[in-house]
Design a protein around this ligand. Sequence first.
Ligand code: FES
Length: 107
Amino acid sequence: MPKPEKHVFICLNQRPSGHPKGSCTERGAQDLLMEFGRLIEAREAWGRVAITKTGCLGPCELGPTVLVYPDGVMYVEVKAGDVAEIFDKHLLGGCPVERLMAPAEIW
Ligand code: FES
């Protein structure tokens, strides 16, 4: 397996219904996972981009959260419709999407 250029961690933590913190899965993170996977296929980015499901990344109230390494960029409140922009501009183009980045006090 080649070392990926970008490794994307998607929080798929799930808490019981009604939990005060909620969770990224409750906020639609599964859709992000599907969209990142679809774009790896569509952009033929196998080996360049890796995706891993994770537990809680911290800022649950701003979920769904996505973390990109080796850059150490965290995205918050990501929607499925944002994934193509992250994929094309950041993962393939090297320019993080500032409008979706976690506030400085978070990360
Ligand atoms: S549940 Fe996703 S960041 Fe905490």
